[in-house]
Design a protein around this ligand. Structure first.
Ligand SMILES: *[C@@H]1O[C@H](CO)[C@@H](O)[C@H](O)[C@H]1NC(C)=O
Ligand SMILES: *[C@@H]1O[C@H](CO)[C@@H](O)[C@H](O)[C@H]1NC(C)=O
Ligand SMILES: *[C@@H]1O[C@H](CO)[C@@H](O)[C@H](O)[C@H]1NC(C)=O
Length: 211
């Protein structure tokens, strides 16, 4: 009898593990937005060399949080937009969402002396963000999600550094999963239409076409 109870518990635990670790196909269909017409970008991606990092920045990345990558928003304060979306969509699943920029505000990352991404980039600042992106994409584990805007550019760090690194690690069977993809406008302007924002002007700028 006890044997059967133990077996039952084991199966339930296993099913729960599967549920938390792999998004169900129905969920994916609801929330996956495809970025259209990026064939020229995929072509470029196939020839991109992987970035390398010595992990000099010692970026702390919490395993339990959902790690977001984002690109192509084309507005000022894009990092704040990404943060609002990351928090909101992860919260819906009872999880904590973080972006790379949000991680820099963590106590564990105060040793990282960055440069603000919104002022015009000096070459050194550009290099800093490339180094940081490489470390993020190379060391991140656990659940990954992606938010893409329509202003995607093959020169973005997402395409040059993060995507190739994630794709390569994922195909090597590393502990990375999820990869649910959101498109900026539907998620920010429809799903989050009534959600509080700290940047109303930017939200209007992104959403005016849709209103
Ligand atoms: C996709 O991009 C190509 C070249 O960039 C363009 O000629 C084509 O019209 C685009 N297709 C759509 C559906 O936007
Ligand atoms: C950059 O961001 C800071 C803080 O978020 C803000 O005070 C500043 O005005 C921004 N600068 C530009 C050029 O947008
Ligand atoms: C970027 O990383 C390289 C190699 O790890 C290092 O030599 C360089 O100083 C870093 N640059 C910045 C701006 O952090």
């Amino acid at each position: 009898m006890l044997k059967y109870i133990a077996l039952y518990c084991f199966i339930i635990t296993l099913l729960n593990q599967i549920k938390t670790n792999y998004a169900l196909p129905t969920e994916l269909q609801e929330e996956t937005y495809r970025v259209q017409n990026n064939s020229h970008i995929s072509k470029q991606l196939r020839t991109t060399k992987l970035c390398t990092t010595n992990n000099d920045l010692r970026l702390y990345i919490p395993y339990s949080a959902v790690k977001f990558f984002w690109s192509g928003f084309g507005v000022a304060d894009s990092d704040k937009v990404a943060a609002e979306i990351a928090r909101s969509v992860a919260e819906k699943d009872g999880k904590k969402g973080v972006t790379l920029e949000m991680l820099l505000d963590f106590r564990e990352n105060t040793h990282i002396q960055g440069c603000k991404s919104n002022i015009s980039m000096t070459p050194q600042c550009q290099q800093f963000w490339e180094n940081l992106s490489c470390e993020y994409a190379t060391r991140v584990t656990g659940e990954i999600r992606i938010i893409l805007g329509s202003k995607l550019n093959p020169e973005d760090r997402w395409f040059k550094i993060e995507k190739p690194t994630l794709d390569s690690r994922r195909s090597n069977g590393q502990d990375l999963w999820g990869f649910k993809q959101y498109e900026l406008e539907p998620v920010y302007c429809k799903d989050m239409a009534t959600h509080d924002t700290s940047i109303p002007q930017i939200k209007n700028e992104i959403c005016q076409k849709n209103s």
